[in-house]
Design a protein around this ligand. Structure first.
Ligand code: FAD
Length: 393
């Protein structure tokens, strides 16, 4: 392919300036790679006083990694809330299963952070780096020339790189260009997300109620605020979205056994369609897929972004272990990435869709087993410790 005047040459081009793409840029630039960041949209991660409706539960492992990248120190800590314990209810039980950081000798189980807060910190870090940022033009083609991948943009710019990191989200353009098929499981569910100011203190506890095709979570935010994430059937989602803010908060109050008292809405309700999508291959010629471009999981476990960050950690480790003369776009190299990441993605898919179908069973025997299992777990600290260690890694 002829290279034009507007051409850019680099080691790695990252497509997608979401959480995962930005983190990838920082991690890979730190390894001395010449990195170019491409996104079709401009950065609109402006911090406002109002609480962002998009929030994430980040594991301590993710937090530590963001710290190592120099991102965590740029986060507004006054807007982050640690999770010290979890309370999990199943449809049959009045009392929840309690899992605490203390059970596993940890200081916290997770932290809850707003999308804007994290995006802003990531952007702030990226802007300190010697990284070329090409924002505002969608991609138009992926081609190959001279042991390189060439990404063309609609504005005529083309970027030649040894490796392309596709972090362009669930509807990944790059994945489609490479004709990488996906397996999709439609849960026929939507997640409704609203922030509330609660009457009672949440006590830094993340609360979750599991029922047939319904998972309700109230996640702690600072100053008695909570983020509500309610995954329900699309039919019920339509009904709930048709309610006024106060009517919806009454429904949430009932479904959450009134544990936090009056819930005053402090944001509008947003809705996200829920799917589990996994790419059949995590790699293509000189391309790796990371984040939602590679896998989209049910939010009930709060793991999508954590999983995407772990893709980047794996890539970072492989590049760190390579010689600077190695071709990091070579198939042998990319195959190692695929091998390292498959098991983690598979187990996350099994966990989230398995939990969803377990709680949707009508069988009395299964319901009794669930209650029995949760009681046993609650009694035995060693099991709780194992569960907590799994959840935070
Ligand atoms: C309701 C809900 C709750 C969630 N809660 C949690 C949680 O608690 N914890 C957690 O870890 N995860 C959670 N997740 C998952 C998490 O939101 C996603 O996994 C994560 O945001 C994916 O980030 P990403 O960077 O891979 O993709 P995205 O955030 O989708 O970013 C993709 C980027 O690519 C750009 N792009 C797209 N197409 C192109 C193109 N053609 N050319 C150039 N650029 C392009 C977009 O503009 C965008 O900036 C939740 C998800 C939902 C729906």
């Amino acid at each position: 392919m002829a290279i034009k005047a507007k051409d850019i040459s680099c080691d790695i081009v990252v497509v997608g300036a979401g959480l995962v793409g930005l983190a990838a840029v920082i991690a890979l630039a730190a390894q001395g790679k010449r990195v170019v960041l491409v996104d079709s949209k401009r950065n609109d991660a402006g911090q406002t006083k109002a609480w962002d409706t998009r929030i994430y539960a980040l594991t301590p492992a993710t937090e530590n990694w963001l710290q190592s990248l120099g991102v965590w120190s740029l986060v507004d800590q006054a807007r982050v809330n640690d999770v010290e314990a979890m309370a999990l209810w199943n449809p049959e039980s009045e009392t929840p299963l309690h899992l605490s950081a203390e059970d596993a000798n940890l200081t916290k189980l997770a932290c809850i952070i707003e999308n804007n807060n994290l995006l802003q910190a990531l952007w702030q870090k990226v802007e300190t780096l010697d990284v070329q940022i090409v924002i505002g033009s969608p991609c138009s083609r992926v081609d190959y020339a001279d042991d390189s991948v060439v990404l063309s943009l609609e504005n005529g710019v083309s970027i030649k790189a040894t490796l392309l990191v596709a972090a362009d989200g669930a509807n990944s353009f790059v994945r489609q260009q490479l004709a990488i098929a996906t397996k999709t499981k439609d849960f026929n569910q939507a997640a409704i997300v609203v922030n509330y100011l609660a009457e009672q203190s949440h006590g830094d506890v993340a609360r979750q109620w599991f029922a047939a095709h319904s998972t309700l979570a109230l996640l702690p935010l600072p100053d008695k605020h909570v983020s509500m994430v309610w995954s329900v059937s699309t039919g019920l989602a339509g009904e709930l979205l048709g309610l006024s803010g106060l009517q919806l908060s009454e429904r949430v109050k009932m479904a959450s056994h009134d544990v936090l008292g009056v819930l005053k809405p402090v944001s509008e309700a947003l809705s996200f369609t829920l799917r589990q999508t996994t790419a059949d291959s995590l790699i293509g010629e000189r391309v790796v897929l990371v984040g939602d471009a590679a896998h989209q999981v049910h939010p009930m476990a709060g793991q999508g972004a954590n999983l995407g960050f772990r893709d980047v950690i794996a890539l970072q480790a492989l590049i760190a272990g390579s010689h600077h003369m190695d071709d990091i776009g070579e198939e042998v190299f990319l195959r190692q990435y695929e091998r390292v990441r498959r098991a983690d993605i598979l187990s996350m898919n099994m966990l989230t869709s398995g939990l969803d179908s377990w709680f949707s069973k009508e069988s009395d025997v299964l319901k009794k087993m669930t209650v029995w299992g949760m009681r046993q777990l609650d009694k035995h600290r060693i099991f709780k410790k194992i569960l907590v260690k799994q959840a935070v890694s």
